[in-house]
Design a protein around this ligand. Sequence first.
Ligand SMILES: [Zn+2]
Length: 225
Amino acid sequence: MTYGNRARTTPRRIRIRRNRVAGLLVVVAAIAAAALGYQLPSSSSSRAASPIDVLRGERRGLPSEHRGPLGEADGAVPDGATVFDDEIPGVANLDPDLLGALRQAATDAADDGIELLIDSGWRSPEYQNQLLREAVSEYGSEDEAARWVATAETSAHVWGDAVDIGPAAATAWLSEHGAEYGLCQTYGNEPWHYELRPEAIAHGCPPAYADPTHDPRMQAGQLRG
Ligand SMILES: [Zn+2]
């Protein structure tokens, strides 16, 4: 596959907005899930692998006809991808400021002997919804899935505003140094999920939400834009 000619000038947000109507259909479910999420106890447990890693690993063992049509063009990221792999849409379609901060951080982390990898970055709305369906299957309920995977309409990944970082040594490095680059962990239950908070460079990162259901952006239809 060749992504080299993929138009870098394609307006990412315009392309995404075309899918907004479909995305709106899930907003009601998202709001309901967020409301129910308030009743869930905050989790202090940490998992060895992100749900995306788990889901990806499970898919790897499935026959190809069950893998679905969604691949790298929709934001699936191959193992070992770095923030410099801009032939991969999941990396290339990230917000330029976020990508710039990640590249600075990755360069400095490398000086410390730490390799910073991208487990997931930008995702198409279709890919996000596929992940959500798989999470519902994995976790057994929409309420529990909402603690780990957002809808296409609410996920910062779909806007290109979030990355899932690996491996553990890299997230440990970022938890210590990320604020210097404006890179902050968003959710307490997802040590791998980082977003850009430019004000963190001067003031440090804000406290993380316990999990995505506590994120005000997930509630009351307050959409990212
Ligand atoms: Zn994430």
